[in-house]
Ligand binder design. Sequence first.
Ligand SMILES: [Fe+2]
Length: 178
Amino acid sequence: MATMQAGYDSAGKDTMHGLAYVALQELATRISHRNTGRHSNDPVADRIMVRISTDENLHMVFYRDMLDAALRLRPSQAVMAIADEIMCFEMPGAGMPEFQRKAVAIAKAGIYDLRIHHDDVVWPLLKHWRFFDVGGLSDQAEQRREQCAQYLDGLDALARRYEEKRAVRAAREAAAHT
Ligand SMILES: [Fe+2]
């Protein structure tokens, strides 16, 4: 409740950064709300979460399409905003008490983790925008896009490490139960 009352502050993002952030965040919530419903093992909660995630999808499409237009009108500015927001992405709940502990529990349950973030949120949007094919960029925007590519490689490697750890843990637990 305290988190809801405190609200969310975009920390002075300009419009382009705000659009890039919400495009990512709406897709992230579409997926995590849908998975939360599945994880609930409660048919009513599941239906509620399906309904909410359907709305989240509409929000995502709106912001994603705004960025489509921005990439045509102001390619350098839009590319830099997308790259910046990918490289510093945090869910709106990141400021809530014990968020880290909760994020680990959410990842362990398969509701939202780095693999989902990389494969199902960031890359589908980048492919939709043909982010790495956008031409006519300033040197600064080219550089930022290159930094973003390196960041994505790191994110993929980190997601793989977590997956390997999870597989080891699952194998250990399975062995303990035989
Ligand atoms: Fe939304």
